[in-house]
Design a protein around this ligand. Structure first.
Ligand SMILES: [Fe+2]
Ligand SMILES: [Fe+2]
Length: 185
């Protein structure tokens, strides 16, 4: 099966961010390095956002299916590590309402993913559903990353987000093996 990861938008973003940090000289306190848990989640966000943009350029149905499958897998694993580790451990540090809404938004995305999985590219509303899923995810990511949002509140909290990031990374590896992600070699 064709792999759709031709470009790596996350890498471009990282490089730009790195250059911007260097250019700004001394780091302000607010611009400190993100702890591992946040770095990992943000990296997933940039990756999947890039894939949604890439999807818009595709015309071939087989390419669309391959890229959608890649997006769906990434979202399933990402939401799983947030729901199994990050969100529950942040109860107490992050506003309850905000966390509850995040779970509901995950459920909405999962429903849309399974609707798309039951369809084939080329069918009526297939592209529209993928587009709406992308917009939905962008909205959700904003709630997580915006000032005062979930990540910002988590960073101010008591949890060791570097240690949590280690656990999230190994759970991610496990889930990728479980869901049958294609091996990189
Ligand atoms: Fe997320
Ligand atoms: Fe999330």
């Amino acid at each position: 099966m064709a792999t759709a990861s031709k470009s790596n938008p996350a890498k471009t973003t990282d490089t730009k961010a790195g250059a911007a940090r260097k250019a700004s000289g001394r780091r302000r306190r607010t611009g400190r390095r993100d702890p591992l848990a946040i770095t990992l989640l943000k990296k997933d966000h940039r990756e999947v956002e890039g894939w949604f943009d890439e999807y818009e350029q595709l015309e071939d149905d087989a390419d669309k299916l391959a890229l959608f499958n890649q997006i769906a897998l990434a979202l399933k694993i990402h939401t799983a590590i947030e729901e199994e580790i990050f969100y529950p451990e942040e109860r107490g540090d992050v506003e309850e309402d905000m966390l509850d809404e995040a779970y509901v938004e995950h459920d909405g995305a999962k429903k849309l993913i399974s609707e798309i999985e039951a369809m084939k590219p080329g069918q009526e509303f297939y592209d529209a559903k993928v587009k709406v899923l992308g917009e939905y995810i962008k909205h959700h990511v904003k709630e997580e990353e915006q000032p005062g949002g979930i990540f910002a509140q988590a960073k101010k909290g008591d949890e060791d987000l570097d240690a949590m990031g280690e656990r999230m990374a190994s759970r991610k590896d496990e889930l990728m093996a479980e869901y049958g992600a294609p091996k990189s070699n």
